[in-house]
Each structure stands twice: as C-alpha cells, then as structure tokens.
Design a protein around this ligand. Structure first.
Ligand code: SF4
Length: 163
C-alpha cells in the first residue's frame, strides 16, 4: 500500500498542488475546492503541504451518522459516498487535522481520496515535496522527521543538533 507524504523542507510554497487538486475535484482552479492545503509560515519561509492522513482509525468515518465514509481496499483511502452523504458536517468537526470539509458547492463531504491511486498533487509538484510512496518508506521518513524535529530543540536534547 502507498501513502502521500509531505517533505516540507522541499516545498517552495508555489501551491500548484492545490490547483491540481481543485481542478480534479471541481474542474476549477479555485484553491477553495482543493483537498490539500499548503500551510504557510511566511516569516520563516516554512511551507507544509497538508492533506488527509487516511488514519488507521478514522474519526471522520466513526462520526458519520450514515456510514458514508469507508475505506477502499485497493488504495487504502477513506472515501466519501456522495449518494449517502447528507452534508451534516460531522466528519469536518471530528477530524483532528481539519482534513475533511463539506464542499460549499455540492453540500457533500470532501476529503482526499488519493485520486483513485494517482494523486495529482504528487504528480504535479515540481519540487517533489509531496510523494506517493510505499508505506514503509513513508513511515521511515516520518520517524526521521520526528527525530530531526526533536534534535532541533536543544532545551530537550542539549547539543542534539551536532549529532
Ligand atoms: S506543488 Fe509542491 S512545492 Fe508547490 S506548494 Fe505544493 S507541495 Fe509545495
């Protein structure tokens, strides 16, 4: 199984990923329709492309009163059944990462579905800051990032940056 992984240190903040996603979702270039968001800290130049993590125990699916969000076996993505969805927004309020919303146009829940296994954001990113990669590789990357983040806090790991 593959997963979408962000590499914020490579992201230039160009937001092409948002446009590619919005176009796939709503045939529009308006980033409001995008299911991926580039969170920006302009003062430090840090950009984080963020979308649904396809959680193992998804709060969105548990909160949905009509069981409209289920996992696809082939891609592992949690997907919305537009016919079932009643647009109540429970998925939106229950997701701790803010990765689900109710689309203002369709009034149906909207979240990343991994583009049926060919995520447009990863395909278009000129900086390879979003990659659709093997889960083991993705887990290794997450571990490395967590260690790097921890080591960047000298108050917790004195002298950690030098290691
Ligand atoms: S397309 Fe890539 S580089 Fe551009 S904002 Fe998205 S993640 Fe960052």
């Amino acid at each position: 199984m593959k997963a979408l992984v962000s590499y914020p240190d490579l992201c230039t903040g160009c937001r092409l990923c948002e446009l590619a996603c919005a176009f796939r979702v709503g045939k529009t270039m308006h980033p409001a329709r995008s299911r991926i968001t580039v969170v920006k800290w302009e003062d430090t130049g840090f950009y984080l492309p963020f979308t649904c993590l396809q959680c193992e125990k998804p709060a969105c699916a548990s909160a949905c009163p009509v069981e409209a969000i289920t996992r696809r076996e082939d891609t592992g993505a949690m997907v919305v059944d537009a016919e079932r969805c009643i647009g109540c927004g429970m998925c939106q309020v229950s997701c701790p990462f803010g990765a689900a919303c109710v689309d203002r146009g369709t009034r149906v829940a909207s979240k990343c579905d991994l583009c049926d296994g060919s995520p447009r954001c990863a395909e278009i990113c000129p900086a390879s800051a979003i990659r659709y990669q093997d889960e083991q590789e993705a887990a290794a990357h997450r571990r490395r990032s967590q260690v790097a983040r921890a080591l960047s806090h000298p108050e917790i790991f004195p002298g950690g940056e030098a290691r």
